[in-house]
Design a protein around this ligand. Structure first.
Ligand code: CO
Length: 182
């Protein structure tokens, strides 16, 4: 097993808006990142700050209004410093097995549902310091990677539920959105 390429990334204390279900950007496909510049690095620093503030373990660029193809992950919720991952232009090159597990999403507030995912995956991508990375992931990490890659394709975890269940969730969230104004 290869070492996981965690990165040292300082936070930038500026919260970015997280788009929620019903916002069109969540349904758009992200575009390949061709250039990792200072602007992107600063955006990533703000994304980590925003993710920790909202107690998330993964956040895709599309959720915060960017159409760039990357996501960030920290399974520790910043409890264990030095476990930050940034995956740019991610691709799943191998996968095996299936596992059902509970998922939630910062863009689908208050909802947790079981979703079937691949149990193990081999993920390739580019790190924020522009290195090619390869990660063998299983369990929760593999699940988060698959969830975030879906976001970059415009897909949400509730899309895996039965049409009836999904419709009920969307109806309830629309009401909540109107009432609470998010
Ligand atoms: Co999500």
């Amino acid at each position: 097993m290869k070492e996981i390429p965690y990165e040292e990334i300082p936070l930038m204390e500026e919260e970015i808006k997280i788009y929620k279900i019903g916002d069109d950007i969540l349904r758009e496909e992200a575009e390949e990142v061709k250039n990792i510049d200072g602007k992107l690095v600063d955006f990533v620093k703000k994304m980590f700050y925003t993710m920790y503030n909202n107690r998330g373990i993964g956040l895709a660029a599309t959720q915060v209004g960017s159409k760039k193809r990357f996501f960030i992950v920290d399974l520790t919720l910043n409890q264990e410093p030095g476990k930050k991952l940034v995956i740019i232009n991610p691709v799943i090159v191998e996968s095996e097995g299936e596992e059902i597990g509970e998922e939630g999403c910062l863009s689908v507030p208050g909802v947790t549902e079981n979703v079937k995912r691949k149990e193990r995956i081999l993920l390739k991508g580019i790190s924020l310091d522009e290195k090619e990375i390869e990660i063998e992931a299983s369990g929760l990490l593999a699940r988060v990677f698959q969830h975030e890659i879906d976001h970059l394709k415009g897909k949400l975890f509730i899309d895996y539920l039965s049409p009836i269940k999904k419709a009920l969730i969307i109806k309830r969230l629309k009401k909540q959105k109107k009432k609470e104004g998010w």
